[in-house]
Design a protein around this ligand. Structure first.
Ligand code: LR7
Ligand code: MN
Length: 562
């Protein structure tokens, strides 16, 4: 019995010893692993510290002052991004080159020399940086954020808001939460850059919002000019000069600062060189350049003004057009757009969209641009539809709330914008000098019947009617714009009676269809009589031109090009 007990006790003791032994071993192993990890992290940290100290004492100071030093493992963050055999496939730029390019490198200071002497207020307001992204290359996204941190005075960056527009990998954004000042929001579904920016702007806590694309690199001193200008003129929306980061090599190249933003009638943005006159009028190359349009991705704006102006049209999807909408709205509703030559930010300009458009690329662009044309371009939208005939039949949703906004802000007309802000925009070169309704008092000339000779009538103006759409050509003919090839003429020149519509003639010796514009009069060339609506029981007539301002002889087209 005793022996049995002893054996049992020995058995228990052996087990105990064994368990103790293995626990120690396990514990040791764990600590080893832990130690290894620590060492790995330390190695990385010291690498990073060295890297920062060497390349960017400024950034290093910035990050260490922040206390949450460099807990961020840049190498693994980038390495764990998605990589395809073709380096251009996923991002439409060379991601291998981006990955191989230091996250914080020296780039040329591309500013005009005069910029270095400029001084800024010591109490500039701070800003919230808003960057939206969808499947951005990790190295490009990180470089954007690091360049903001390292090349901006610390106190001027309130926060960096990253809006992850439902990227495939939520970690692309989430991991960046560890960086100083960074806050990451993620959309639960793909919204597109417009709604994403509004989401970012709505949570921003600084008084000034600064938007950037997710593949940028802020250059030395980029922020102060933007903040100073918005501080001095809170109604201005300001952009940096956008330098070029090569899609192939990722080298950083300075762009010309003698450019401003413009567009064509199909609503495509383009850079335009300043005219000779504009350049010579600029005595100081560091001064802001007024621009009819901004490229759209990189700009600073006072938050109150951004909100009052109506943020963005959040019914626009994915990509495109929002910069037109913002630019027209800003100018027409009392603001200004400027490019500041002393602020420089690099951007990777791509040749194609690397992401999908759930409704199709063309449909989305047409929907977005139609919304702009319908809300902001007044009678000039006809030129947009002339250039994009297919747009006329594409759905664009409901624009009531944007029209209400325009009403509420008492915005000026598109005509004002063209005349005052963008007189350089050429009209379509179809040789017409007058377009649209031909108005007399409150009525509009209407050609209803189609069989010649037709007597045109005056009817209530109707914006949808194709029988009220006229063209006055350079040669003096006034024709219907519905391809019927019908021209205004006097029925019998000898008796100078009714005005009718006839088949347009190419015979240049016959000038019965030729009208001359004299102030508000339309003078029939051969008879020198004026188009007159004083006796509409009879129909439209020509009559002796009055010397006083006679309403029945006063005619206006929607658009007149002089
Ligand atoms: O669905 C999307 N969700 C997003 O968050 C699609 C895009 N995005 C992000 C994207 O990751 C990027 O950060 O939105 C930003 C802009 O998209 P890009 O880079 O594909 O656009 P872009 O540089 O080709 O286009 C220019 O025009 C756009 C019109 O909608 C926007 O205004 C962009 O911000 C704008 N970029 C610039 O102004 C930089 C200079 C380019 C020029 C000229
Ligand atoms: Mn971009």
């Amino acid at each position: 019995m005793r022996r049995k007990r002893i054996i049992f006790l020995l058995f228990i003791a052996t087990w105990g010893l064994l368990i103790m032994h293995y626990t120690t071993l396990l514990w040791k192993g764990e600590t080893k692993k832990e130690e290894k990890n620590q060492q790995k992290i330390l190695r990385k940290l010291s690498n990073l510290e060295q890297l920062y100290e060497k390349h960017s004492p400024e950034l290093f100071r910035h990050l260490t002052e922040h206390n949450d030093v460099i807990k961020f493992d840049i190498e693994s963050y980038i390495a764990e991004g998605v990589h395809f055999a073709d380096p251009y496939k996923k991002h439409a730029f060379n991601v291998v080159a981006s990955d191989a390019t230091s996250i914080h490198r020296n780039i040329p200071d591309t500013r005009n020399e005069g910029c270095q002497d400029l001084e800024y207020d010591g109490d500039l307001p701070s800003t919230s940086i808003i960057i939206t992204f969808h499947n951005e290359a990790r190295s490009a996204l990180l470089r954007t954020v690091i360049s903001v941190l390292s090349r901006s005075p610390k106190e001027l960056i309130k926060e960096i808001i990253l809006v992850d527009d439902h990227s495939d990998n939520p970690l692309d954004g989430a991991l960046l939460n560890q960086l100083p000042k960074v806050k990451v929001l993620r959309n639960s579904k793909r919204e597109g850059l417009i709604r994403s920016r509004v989401r970012g702007a709505d949570v921003a806590s600084a008084n000034i919002l600064t938007f950037l694309d997710s593949h940028c690199e802020c250059n030395k001193g980029w922020l102060q000019p933007l903040l100073q200008q918005v501080k001095d003129d809170p109604y201005s929306i300001v952009s940096p000069v956008i330098d070029v980061i090569s899609t192939d090599s990722f080298s950083y190249v300075g762009a010309s600062s003698d450019l401003r933003g413009g567009f064509d009638w199909s609503l495509h943005f383009k850079w335009e060189p300043l005219t000779f006159a504009q350049r010579t009028a600029r005595d100081d190359p560091t001064k802001p350049i007024r621009t009819p349009m901004i490229a759209g991705g990189l700009f600073a704006v006072h938050k109150v003004w951004f909100n009052k102006l109506g943020k963005y049209d959040t019914e626009m999807d994915i990509w495109g057009g929002e910069n037109f909408e913002l630019s027209f709205r800003t100018w027409m509703c009392g603001g200004r757009l400027e490019i500041l030559p002393c602020s420089r930010v690099g951007h990777v300009f791509r040749k194609r969209h690397p992401y999908t458009f759930p409704e199709g690329n063309a449909n989305t662009y047409i929907k977005n641009t139609r919304r702009i044309a319908e809300v902001w371009m007044d009678e000039y939208k006809r030129f947009f539809y002339e250039y994009r005939a297919s747009a006329k039949h594409k759905p664009y949703g409901n624009v009531h709330s944007r029209k209400d906004l325009r009403e509420r802000l008492k915005c000026k007309s598109f005509k004002w914008y063209l005349e005052t802000v963008y007189p350089e925009l050429k009209f379509p070169s179809d040789g017409a000098t007058g377009y649209g309704h031909l108005k007399n008092a409150d009525s509009c000339l209407d050609s209803y019947a189609k069989v010649p000779p037709t007597i045109p009538l005056l009817k209530p103006c109707n914006t949808l009617s194709t029988t009220q759409d006229w063209l006055m050509h350079k040669d003096g003919k006034i024709s219907m714009n519905n391809n019927d090839n019908m021209c205004l003429a006097v029925a019998h020149i000898e008796t100078a009676d009714n005005v009718v519509l006839q088949q347009c003639q190419t015979d240049t010796t016959n000038n019965n269809q030729i009208w001359l514009r004299k102030d508000k009069f339309l003078v029939h060339k051969p008879t020198e009589l004026c188009l007159d609506s004083s006796d509409m029981d009879k129909g439209l007539i020509v009559n002796i031109c009055s010397t006083i301002n006679n309403p029945s002889q006063s005619w206006t087209f929607d658009i007149e090009i002089t």
